[in-house]
Design a protein around this ligand. Structure first.
Ligand SMILES: [Zn+2]
Length: 226
């Protein structure tokens, strides 16, 4: 192949159908990964207060100095600063570069398995689960704003990719939700207070939507490569 894009293509194409070659834009999520990680961690940290959520520039939590553009570069910005604020030298947590690397690893994993639109929804799934983990770890919440779109995306992927098995995925969401919701209800009846949030039930519902109810019977991981 000697056309323009073919020149740029690489032989490595694990996620592609046979006979296709990997193009540079198939790796795009990997280049995007560090920036997505940086954004998601900043959003997750701000989640409880919702101050300057999404739009606000990053600032040092100690001296409130705005982070310079050159220091915002994922991982390298943190390394060049030696893990400290340029203005007040307060240590900046290792969690920042760690989450940026984790988001990149999620993208690499997705690239190794999928291409095309399935690559992007796989990245979205991994990145949203990562954001949920951070928020749950920091403030023990699983916001509906993340779990419910994840559930809908799982059902949409099933509808497009496995239309004949859509009912299994809807049932998976119902089983996932009602199982944990029943335990939460029983706990509240027995102990008189909430022991389990319904955020967990919604997350399990999203898991059921992606994997279908058969995942509980050990037949998960049957996603076909496209
Ligand atoms: Zn500072």
């Amino acid at each position: 192949m000697r056309d323009g894009l073919g020149e740029l293509s690489l032989e490595f194409r694990p996620g592609a159908a046979d006979g296709q070659r990997m193009l540079w834009f198939d790796f795009f999520p990997v280049f995007l990964g560090p920036f997505v990680g940086s954004f998601l961690f900043a959003a997750a940290v701000r989640y409880p207060q919702m101050t300057g959520f999404v739009t606000g520039r990053s600032m040092c939590p100690s001296c409130r100095a705005q982070i310079a553009i050159r220091d915002l570069l994922p991982v390298f910005g943190w390394l060049l600063l030696g893990g400290r604020c340029r203005v007040c030298a307060t240590p900046i947590g290792w969690q920042y570069p760690a989450v940026e690397l984790a988001a990149t690893a999620i993208a690499l994993w997705a690239v190794a398995e999928f291409s095309g639109w399935l690559l992007w929804v796989s990245c979205a799934l991994g990145w949203v689960l990562m954001a949920l983990s951070i928020i749950d770890w920091r403030c023990s919440r699983l916001p509906d704003a993340l779990t419910l779109p994840l559930l809908l995306l799982g059902l949409a992927v099933a509808a497009v990719n496995w239309p004949t098995e859509l009912a299994d995925h809807v049932f998976g969401a119902v089983v996932g939700y009602s199982g944990l919701a029943a335990i939460a209800w029983a706990y509240r009846r027995l102990r008189g207070f909430d022991g389990l949030g319904l955020g967990d039930a919604k997350l399990l519902a999203a898991g059921g939507a992606w994997l279908s109810w058969q995942a509980a019977h050990g037949t998960a991981g049957r996603i076909e490569r496209k």
